[in-house]
Design a protein around this ligand. Sequence first.
Ligand code: SF4
Length: 236
Amino acid sequence: MMPRPFKPSEVEQFFSRFAAANPNPRSELEYKNPYTLLVAVVLSAQATDKGVNKATARIFPKIDSAEKMLGFGEDNLREAIRTIGLYRNKAKNVIALSKVLAEKHSGEVPKDREQLEQLPGVGRKTANVVLNVAFGLPTIAVDTHIFRVANRTGLAPGKTPREVEDALEKIVPDKFKLHAHHWLILHGRYVCIARKPNCPSCFVADLCRYQPKTPPAGADADSERKLIRAARRVRS
Ligand code: SF4
């Protein structure tokens, strides 16, 4: 059954709480400029930000432009990022996108979704992150965390990341759009986690439609004890 849709006043409350708790959320990916951000986001597919930061710390101090990356070369890059999943393919894409940036965009990262999406290894999600983080545009990139939070809470349900993105685009008030992406990602990463959401510590629990909520640790133990006692009674 579809959860009861959020009323505009509830959406306002939902995001006001994130804004009060974390007025200026930041990407957890390390970067120096739009180019290094683009590379970091491409490397982050199916990898943790922590793992990506560890690898890019080896290259970004010296390699921070498309031109320098082309001079560094695919073999060196592959070696430097071999701790990240899918590193062979990612190294190939980073070199290919650096070539396109050098040849078609004077080495600059374009501030344009269509042009970004034409770069090798760059899809809608990566383009949205770059537009939001590097250029301050109010885009919402839907990754696995946002997809889960939007569906679980009932805030912006959708069967595909694009459906969720469109739903968020429609309901998130303009004043919250710039930071909505990071608020929802961080919430999904640290509170509304995939395996067992931490509902007792969640400051939007009263607005969230997810049921049944994860009980507090004590309550968890209590109900577990009751179940064990009931099972013993049945056996005896
Ligand atoms: S109440 Fe639970 S399910 Fe709902 S957003 Fe918070 S952590 Fe996620």
